[in-house]
Design a protein around this ligand. Structure first.
Ligand code: SAM
Length: 265
């Protein structure tokens, strides 16, 4: 059994967990930080257990916390009781969650995806904003999508900010990383419709007749979906812009598309 208490802000474990705010450290260790019992509950429900569970000394008794402790220990993880200043330092927040956890990152290889297991999937080209990515992962989960494919140079889905925005859905959908070339080759095997979203498309998204499973491609926040990927789609669609705004936020546009694709298009 591994169970200890840390009170020093300069403790090596505290430093190692804090370092997970840095992408380089996450890439080296393959780990990421999740905050709060809700996240930990989502993880446990998906069969994922923390490698390290950090419990604040002021954490209130809770059945889910007891479960998290028991499953962490059973899986060979470590439980550390920490002070409030340590929670603040690790989470970089003045009002930190009283329970934090370190998990292993999990990516699904592109070739092992099972398209027919969900009515809709999302692919994002060079998404740059962690809040957008986390919101899209959450929305994809909510709409019943199978997963989110990250194409090209995307923001890290396991950054603290992105993970926070997923509200726990980071554990519920498959996350894939791939290159444009690899995606274009693999896309040939897709059994349903591959749908690009572009402001210059002439097809209204509600007019497209889609064959499930749909694979919805969304472009970068600034540059939009590149010609290379738009050309790899069966159809490119637009969401009508009726006012003065020239485009929708990426996560909002994704939400409209995935609900349309799962609810009837
Ligand atoms: N200046 C960029 C452009 O020209 O595409 C705007 C990119 S927009 C902020 C980010 C992404 O959201 C787009 O690449 C597209 O995938 C999606 N998007 C936003 N508004 C859209 C709309 N009205 N119709 C279709 N897709 C839209």
């Amino acid at each position: 059994m591994s169970f200890r208490e840390i009170t020093s802000l300069t403790n090596e474990t505290v430093k190692a967990v804090r370092a997970l705010h840095m992408r380089k450290e996450r890439e080296t260790t393959g780990l990421f930080l999740a905050e709060g019992l809700k996240f930990i509950g989502e993880a446990l429900d998906q069969g994922r257990t923390p490698k390290t569970l950090l419990v604040g000394m002021e954490a209130r008794p809770h059945a889910l916390l007891d479960r998290a402790k028991a499953e962490t220990l059973a899986a060979g993880g470590e439980i550390i009781v920490v002070t409030h200043p340590i929670l603040e330092k690790i989470s970089r927040r003045e009002n930190p969650q009283t329970v934090l956890a370190v998990f292993e990152q999990q990516y699904t290889p592109l070739e092992s995806l099972t398209p027919q297991s969900a009515p809709c999937w999302v692919a994002l080209e060079q998404v740059r904003d962690p809040g957008n990515l986390g919101t899209i992962i959450r929305t994809a989960d909510a709409a019943g999508c199978g997963g989110v494919i990250l194409i090209g140079d995307c923001v890290d889905p396991f950054s603290v900010e992105a993970v926070r925005a997923t509200m726990g859905s980071v554990f519920a959908v498959k996350i894939v990383r791939t290159s444009v070339a690899e995606f274009r080759a693999w896309r040939q095997t897709w059994p349903g419709s591959v749908v690009g979203t572009r402001l210059d498309a002439t097809t209204d998204y509600r007019a497209a007749v889609l064959q499930r499973p749909s694979l919805i491609l969304m472009g970068n926040e600034q540059a939009g979906l590149t010609d290379a990927l738009a050309a790899a789609c069966d159809v490119n669609v637009k969401i009508p812009m009726r006012g003065r705004a020239d485009s929708l936020n990426l996560a909002i546009a994704t939400g409209i598309m995935v609900y349309a694709a799962t609810d009837g298009l």
